[in-house]
Design a protein around this ligand. Structure first.
Ligand SMILES: C[S@@+](CC[C@H](N)C(=O)[O-])C[C@H]1O[C@@H](n2cnc3c(N)ncnc32)[C@H](O)[C@@H]1O
Length: 256
């Protein structure tokens, strides 16, 4: 089984350009086992053949291992704190802001930032949003959300910036235009520089420590001095100074 798993990981890296070696082993084994069985494959070699032959199987596999649950203003209290940092620290300090939402899933996170900019009348900012998954990025560009993804949005904001379409809430074009989506792999690709804030939440939890530390290092060097790194609610950093960060609060770190 181990050998077969190693073969599969190498195959996925070569063919699908996803580095499974960086993901936590036990969790990954379990998830791959589940998705393989639900596809009707008896073993990983057979599953690899199915992924190779069928676009839909490939998509289901990638969606499943890259887990893309998200929502607007996820962990609202912490997002409120981030808004305060933008208003009272970053915008006065830097003027126009360049912000990166990394591993953005269907876009609820970068669009939350766009809404923050809109309601605080902060203009001329650049919001870049990236994810490893092409399918998810397509959904993000469409900007249609389910009830559970918009539950933290205030009634007034919902009324002003979303229109209801069946079971979905469609985000207004002027907000969508504020976010630029592109594909980026946090493990394999190079990182753009000169950001004033990087938001990278609920993705490093799936990675081994070594991979996670590499990501923190690269995020640190992609930030301007005085810029802010916003992590997920279970991803506080124990040794921020090792990465050139100073703790502002449990989930917000300033590049020093
Ligand atoms: C749980 S979602 C997090 C979404 C959002 N950041 C949030 O906190 O609500 C995790 C996202 O990480 C993406 N992802 C997984 N591995 C990745 C990688 N190596 N590089 C970039 N994105 C990755 C997945 O496609 C998924 O959309």
């Amino acid at each position: 089984m181990e050998l077969e798993f190693d073969f599969f990981k190498n195959w996925v890296r070569e063919r699908l350009k996803v580095d499974l070696n960086a993901y936590k082993e036990k969790q990954l084994h379990r998830r791959i086992g589940t998705v393989m069985k639900s596809a009707g494959a008896k073993n990983l070699r057979e599953y690899a053949d199915m992924i190779k032959a069928d676009e839909n199987t490939r998509r289901v596999f990638l969606d499943y291992i890259t887990i893309n649950v998200t929502e607007f203003y996820r962990n609202k209290d912490i997002f409120d704190e981030f808004e305060e940092v933008i208003k009272s620290n970053l915008a006065p300090k830097f003027g126009s802001l360049k912000i990166w939402s990394a591993a953005c899933s269907v876009g609820a996170e970068p669009y939350s930032v766009a809404l923050i900019m809109e309601r605080n009348q902060l203009k001329n900012n650049k919001i870049i949003a990236t994810d490893i998954d092409d399918t998810i990025l397509e959904k993000a560009r469409v900007g249609a959300y389910k009830e559970n993804e918009i539950k933290n949005i205030a009634k007034e904001e919902l009324k002003e910036y979303f229109s209801k379409d069946g079971n979905e809430y469609r985000l207004a074009e002027n907000i969508k235009r504020m976010v630029h989506f592109k594909k980026h792999d946090l493990l394999l690709d190079t990182y753009e520089k000169n950001f004033h804030a990087v938001i990278c939440r609920n993705v490093t939890i799936y990675f081994k420590n070594e991979a996670k530390n590499q990501i923190y290092k690269k995020i640190s060097s992609s930030l301007e001095k005085g810029g802010v790194f916003f992590t997920g609610a279970t991803e506080s950093i124990y040794n921020p100074n090792e990465f050139g960060f100073k703790k502002i609060s449990t989930f917000l770190y300033e590049k020093v």
